[in-house]
Every structure is written in structure tokens, then in C-alpha cells.
Design a protein around this ligand. Structure first.
Ligand SMILES: Cc1ncc(COP(=O)(O)O)c(C=O)c1O
Length: 460
């Protein structure tokens, strides 16, 4: 309420937080406990990160780190930048946001609309690389005398949820909440909210993290995944992999790995069956909550955070063509699809020797050559394939004693192939080939086969 007795907020900042709980009336199991989403996409900047942004700026003003008219700098996949942009606009700060190139274009455009300066940097670089999001943001802050918000290590980030999200959920459920589910990016949401709910319930409430299955938080190999803003990717060249200080692991009882396909398809289901258009990290969290709910009695009560809206991802998770291209969608076609004639393939790290390749008993004539990733699990992510091994040529050279076992495979590696999704029509896949003799077939964004240009086994 402002001073004029009009029922209104004094500024948009007062509209941050206080989000409703909405029951999942249709997708949650009818015999199970009620499942409510905490609708964080209804914050003014469209995401849960408005809370952390406001909290961090207020704390920096209090401590004197941020002076009137000062410069805020942050590295973020987008939403924290949007939250900071709102606070900066209201309180008269300049803002520079460093975003990784995997962030959606919509988020960059929104940041620019609020007047923020956006610097795009490669996402897939080692943590120590000067171009890494965090390193670059730190350097820009140092060089300009700005204040680095540093959501990954800033205690005011989890504090926003300890003081806001947690008490709201407790109040809204009249203390009946039994399970709290959230994704983990910086860890601020789950750590702050989870800690509050555990304190107020004297340890009764269970806190469940949901994580992309290749993220290291849930024990994955750290290779690329498609859900934005959550999980922890590890570049193979990273020497020391630091986890954010905003993530308090002791608060979380279990971290559930969820595959990209399940996350994306759950988000799409929520739009069509519940009328909730949400981002993929919401799909991850709700998928985890639904799995959990299926194991619980009806008198439990599950609350799951849905961090942002699907409007930022219309060109990705809600675009059938995008999904099909990465092999996330295999819908019905009258025409023959790639799946009908895809051939098996194998993969090797670029550091493999000729001896390693000869001993490797894989199918097919073209093997994907990948960046070396210790502990890699399953087929390689398309983003980590750097070349194509010509297996018959290598075997022929070895048979004619022209190749030494200890030599690297490099001489037998050609360029990486274009990609096509498993569910694409053969016609669409052929159009993607250009001059290439074949394409990698992707299933869930990972190389699982080869599509040959003129395949005699192919139906016409
Ligand atoms: C869309 C989305 N989901 C989930 C998260 C993760 O939240 P937290 O950083 O609090 O762990 C973020 C954080 O940026 C986000 O933007």
C-alpha cells in the first residue's frame, strides 16, 4: 500500500515474492498426495531469481559495497540478470551481464530491453579460461570498479529464500508440507528454502533436489545437457571444479537425476494439461515431484518450485522442429524416418591410439571422435564430438603394417559430421547433409548412430 491509500505497490520491487501455490490437478497421481507448484514465474521479472537479485543488492547497499549510482556486474544464464536489471532500473544502477552462449536468445533480448549491457561468452570453456562466464564477469567488475553480485557464492542469495520462499510455503500450507522439491543451479533456492522448512518443522520435512542426469550434482559425468539454468556442467579441461557456496549440500536429503527428455516432455505436458507454460528446469523439478508423489501416501503434501515461464524458450523446448533435430521427438510420419535406417556407430576419445582403436570392438565404419572426458557415461553429447574416425582406412593401414599401434588416431580422423534427429524424415535429414557423406543420428542430443547419404538399405 502506498501513502495515498490506493491499493498499490510503491514500486515493482514490492511485487517480488508472495507467489501463489497452484495445485497440479491433472498430472499428479489421483491416489497420491496433493502436489503444488510454487509459481515463481509470476515474479515481475518472470523468475525465482528476482528474489535473489533484490536480496543481494539490498545486502550490498547495507554493507557499502554498492554505492549510489554504482555499477552492478554479474555472470548468469539470464534470469538473475533480469532480476538485477529490474532492481538496477528502480534504484539507479548501471548493469553489465555476462551470459553463456547456450542461454536462450529471448533472455538476452529481455536484458537489453531493460537497458542492461549484455556480454555473450562461450559456455563450453574450462573454469580457468579467462572467457569463462565467472572469470569474465569478475574481470569486468574489477576493471570498472563495479560490484560483482556473484550469486554462486553470495550468502544473500540463499538468504532470500530462507527469509521469503520458505516462510511463504510454510504459511501457505499451514505447516502441512512434508516434501520440498527444487532444482539446483546456484543452490540458493533449495538451500535457503530447504533450511528454513527443516528448521521450522524440526527436521520433519524432506528436501529433494532434481538435477539433469549428466550434471555432477547427482553424480553425472558433467557432460553437456539441454535444460538451462540448473545442474553443474564440467568442462573436461577444468582443473579444479568448484561448487557454489550458495549450495548447502547438508540441507538436501537426496538429489534425483532426471534425463533431458523427461524434463522437456514434462514441461510440455504441463502447458497442455495444466495450462502452465514453464521452462525446462520446471519440467525437471515437476518430473522429480511426480516420481516422488507416486511413492507417497495421500496425507503427505508436496511443494515443488517452478522457477520460470516457458515464454523464454519458445524457440527451443516448445519448437517441434528444434526438438526433432536433437532426437527428442519421434512423432508419427507417413514418410520413412531416420530411425528406419540408422546404422550403429561407436565412439572414441581424440586421445586414443591406433592400438586402442584396433582393440575397440565397435560396430560401423564411422566412429565419433570426442573430447576426452574421464568417466564419460553412455553415448557422447553432440557438442563433444570433434571428428569422425574412418575405421576401414585405419584397419587397412594396420593390416598393411602402415600404422603403428602407439601412434595417435589423428591421421585417420576427418571432420565431424552434421547431425539429424532420430525422428526426422529421411528427406529432412538428407537436406541437412550438404556435401557430407553422412550425418550423426541424435537421440536425446547424443550420438547414437549414423545416417548414410546414399544408403542402399534405405527404402526410397
Ligand atoms: C530457470 C531457472 N531454474 C532454476 C534455477 C536454479 O535456481 P538456484 O540458482 O536458486 O539454484 C535458476 C537459476 O538461475 C533458473 O534461472
Amino acid at each position: 500500500m502506498d501513502g495515498t491509500n490506493v491499493e498499490a505497490f510503491d514500486s515493482v520491487l514490492e511485487a517480488i515474492g508472495g507467489t501463489p501455490l497452484i495445485r497440479l490437478a491433472r498430472v499428479a497421481p489421483a491416489a497420491g498426495p496433493p502436489v503444488y507448484v510454487k509459481a515463481e514465474f509470476l515474479n515481475p521479472g518472470g523468475s525465482v531469481k528476482d528474489r535473489a537479485a533484490l536480496s543481494m543488492v539490498l545486502a550490498a547497499e547495507r554493507s557499502g559495497e554498492l554505492k549510489p549510482g554504482g555499477h552492478i556486474v554479474e555472470g548468469t544464464s539470464g534470469n538473475t540478470g533480469i532480476g538485477l536489471a529490474i532492481v538496477a532500473a528502480q534504484r539507479g544502477y548501471r548493469l553489465t551481464v555476462v551470459v553463456p552462449d547456450k542461454s536462450s536468445r529471448e533472455k538476452t533480448l529481455i536484458l537489453q530491453a531493460y537497458g542492461a549491457e549484455v556480454v555473450v561468452t562461450p559456455g563450453a570453456v574450462p573454469r580457468e579460461d579467462p572467457a569463462h562466464v565467472s572469470q569474465l564477469a569478475r574481470r569486468i567488475a574489477e576493471e570498472s570498479g563495479g560490484w560483482l553480485a556473484n550469486q554462486y557464492d553470495n550468502p544473500a542469495n540463499p538468504a532470500a529464500h530462507h527469509g521469503g520462499t520458505g516462510p511463504e510455503i510454510w504459511r501457505q500450507t499451514r505447516g502441512r508440507v512434508t516434501h520440498f522439491v527444487a532444482g539446483i543451479g546456484t543452490g540458493g533456492t533449495i538451500s535457503g528454502t530447504g533450511a528454513y522448512l527443516k528448521e521450522v518443522s524440526e527436521g520433519r520435512i524432506r528436501v529433494i533436489g532434481t538435477d539433469p542426469d549428466h550434471s555432477v550434482y547427482s553424480g553425472g559425468d558433467g557432460s553437456p545437457y539441454f535444460v538451462e539454468s540448473i545442474g553443474h556442467y564440467r568442462h573436461p579441461g577444468t582443473a579444479e571444479d568448484l561448487w557454489p557456496q550458495s549450495y548447502h549440500r547438508d540441507v538436501v536429503d537426496v538429489v534425483e537425476p532426471i534425463g533431458d527428455r523427461e524434463s522437456i516432455l514434462t514441461a510440455r505436458r504441463l502447458a497442455r494439461e495444466e495450462g502452465l507454460l514453464l521452462g525446462a528446469s520446471a519440467g525437471t523439478a515437476v518430473a522429480g515431484a511426480l516420481r516422488l508423489a507416486a511413492t507417497l501416501p495421500p496425507d503427505d503434501l508436496v511443494v515443488v518450485v517452478v522457477p520460470d515461464s516457458g515464454r523464454s524458450y519458445l524457440s527451443k523446448y516448445y519448437d517441434d522442429e528444434w526438438l526433432r533435430g536433437f532426437g527428442f521427438l519421434e512423432d508419427e510420419h507417413d514418410e520413412p524416418t531416420v530411425a528406419a535406417t540408422a546404422r550403429a556407430c561407436s565412439w572414441l576419445p581424440s586421445t586414443a591410439s591406433i592400438g586402442d582403436a584396433l582393440d575397440h570392438d565397435g560396430p560401423g565404419d564411422r566412429w565419433a571422435v570426442t573430447v576426452p572426458r574421464p568417466g564419460a557415461a553412455g553415448p557422447p553429447a553432440a557438442a563433444e564430438v570433434t571428428g569422425t574416425l574412418d575405421v576401414p582406412r585405419l584397419r587397412a593401414a594396420a593390416a598393411q603394417h602402415r600404422a603403428r599401434r602407439s601412434d595417435p588416431i589423428t591421421d585417420y580422423v576427418g571432420p565431424a559430421l552434421p547431425t539429424t534427429g532420430l525422428g526426422e524424415t529421411r528427406r529432412a535429414a538428407t537436406a541437412k547433409l550438404g556435401q557430407a557423406p553422412a550425418a550423426w543420428v541424435l537421440t536425446d542430443g547424443r550420438v547414437t548412430g549414423v545416417f548414410e547419404a546414399a544408403d542402399p538399405a534405405a527404402p526410397s
